[in-house]
Design a protein around this ligand. Structure first.
Ligand SMILES: [Fe+2]
Ligand SMILES: [Fe+2]
Length: 474
């Protein structure tokens, strides 16, 4: 196994010293990537020193070091989790046989598409959130956004490395495409729709990290036991970093809700906006807006492609190793299908698990998100507040899949267009709400200070003080 080589032009543990052609291609990518970073990375931050976590190893217990790094000199790199000696394929028709170290020709097209689609989300999320660097509520939060951004950048590096190593280091067009598409562009948008919605306020950013990075975790987990060993090892390393992204979202939302609770009690009102807080009804509408965009990312419940990828041993279920059977998937799962010829009508059908792997993954995801949200609802009920935050129904406001092009309430009841329009402002964020969030989210860039719309973090990064520390030096 190649050791971690931090002195190489591209920090890595994939043996770049012995692979000059591949190293050259990644050096080319470094130049192109930095051009993209300065155009599309966090706005207004260039040479500032940031207190960042950087990989220095690949052992899950001690892979990162914290230090001040001028952002313009940050070194991305290529890291893969350690190989598990003697690993055999876990699932699909090839279960029990040795994993592939090189790409099987028959799966070339599928894996290339998988890599390009996954890779495209990484720069997409940096582009989506770039303007938020101008309005962070504290140095701590700004630092977290920057950490998130450099790590999403490194996820792109991981994908580009796999493309170069396994699809030809002399073929740069996929890498160029990944840097050329733009979140929200009309002519050349990001591949997946969710990544074309700009994050214009920090509430949206926290929701994004809570919901979309968790989808990211599920997507990574589903290939982290892949028979294509380089993909499995790359994604396992990405998962080390992903945990903090989900924390940013989860803890950020907890802090918003906590602050709202405090203001509601202090002023004895549900309407905390006049006091600089964010109303619970606004938080709910933002959930209603963002959750359907993330549901769409899982694809159609029933999918032949997903079944084929499972059978091939490439993409499994989340935590496949916890499942007791990895080949036949004979159990059934219930899903909703449109009734043919009857607009707006659905029937529940039982289908074999292998035919509905996307649905199975989304159900597991929804279960996890619901459980996490129940903790906030507990906070609310402990404070004597009779408000519960809820995920909208899987039917609500979808753009893809069985529920697209039809109208439902957030509870999932069919409604006609007139009802939907009449209640739009009750169900989805209003222009006034969006404007309020932008207005209240003034940047706070002084040590020790925090904006008034969220509670302080309970602890700092790497045991540093939460607020009384220069995480970002201006
Ligand atoms: Fe990522
Ligand atoms: Fe992430």
């Amino acid at each position: 196994m190649a050791t971690v080589d931090l002195a190489c032009s591209v920090p890595n543990n994939v043996g770049l010293r012995e692979k000059p052609g591949l190293r050259k291609s990644l050096e080319w990518f470094d130049v192109e990537f930095r051009k993209w970073w300065f155009d599309c990375g966090p706005a207004g931050i260039r040479d500032n020193e940031i207190y960042l976590r950087t990989p220095v190893g690949v052992d899950p217990g001690g892979w990162a070091q914290y230090a001040f790094v001028p952002l313009s000199q940050y070194r991305w790199g290529v890291f893969q989790a350690p190989a598990k000696p003697g690993r055999v394929a876990l699932f699909g028709a090839i279960a029990g046989q040795p994993v592939w170290q090189t790409l099987p020709q028959e799966h070339r097209d599928y894996i290339r598409k998988l890599l390009v689609t996954q890779g495209d989300t990484e720069p997409g999320s940096v582009e989506q959130s770039r303007q938020l660097a101008l309005t962070a509520p504290s140095l701590y939060d700004l630092r977290n956004l920057l950490q998130f951004s450099v790590e999403e950048g490194r996820h792109l590096w991981a994908v580009v490395h796999l493309l170069f190593e396994h699809f030809g280091a002399d073929r740069h067009e996929d890498a160029q495409g990944l840097l050329a598409r733009r979140s929200g562009s009309v002519g050349n948008p990001r591949i997946l729709d969710a990544f074309n919605n700009p994050l214009q306020d920090w509430l949206s950013y926290f929701m994004w990290c809570f919901l979309a990075d968790r989808d990211g975790k599920y997507q990574l987990l589903s290939v982290s036991d892949s028979a294509f060993e380089p993909l499995a090892r790359s994604t396992r390393f990405m998962l080390y970093e992903e945990a903090h992204h989900m924390f940013i979202g989860h803890d950020g939302l907890r802090r918003v809700i906590q602050r709202t609770i405090d203001l509601m009690r202090e002023h004895e009102t549900d309407d905390v906006a006049p006091h600089g807080g964010i109303n619970l009804s606004t938080v709910q509408r933002y959930f209603n807006f963002w959750a359907p965009r993330i549901y769409d990312l899982f694809g159609s419940d029933e999918s032949v492609r997903a079944a084929d990828a499972f059978c091939a041993g490439i993409k499994g279920r989340v935590n496949e190793s916890n499942c007791d059977e990895h080949v036949r998937l004979e159990g059934t799962v219930s899903i909703e299908r449109r009734v043919p010829g009857r607009s707006g009508e659905f029937e529940v059908v039982e289908v074999p698990v292998k035919d509905a792997l996307n649905g199975v993954m989304r159900q597991a995801y929804l279960h996890e998100v619901t459980q996490l949200m129940s903790r906030w609802n507990k906070l609310l009920s402990q404070a004597g507040i009779g408000f519960e935050l809820r995920l909208p129904s899987q039917r609500f406001n979808r753009r893809f899949g069985a529920y697209a092009d039809q109208r439902f309430s957030p509870a999932g009841d069919p409604v006609d267009e007139a009802v939907f329009e009449a209640r739009r402002g009750e169900w989805l964020p209003t222009g006034a709400e969006r404007a309020y969030l932008r207005a209240v989210q003034q940047p706070v860039r002084a040590r020790g200070l925090l904006a008034g719309w969220l509670a302080p973090p309970t602890r700092g990064i790497n045991d540093m003080p939460a607020l009384d520390f220069d995480y970002v030096r201006f």
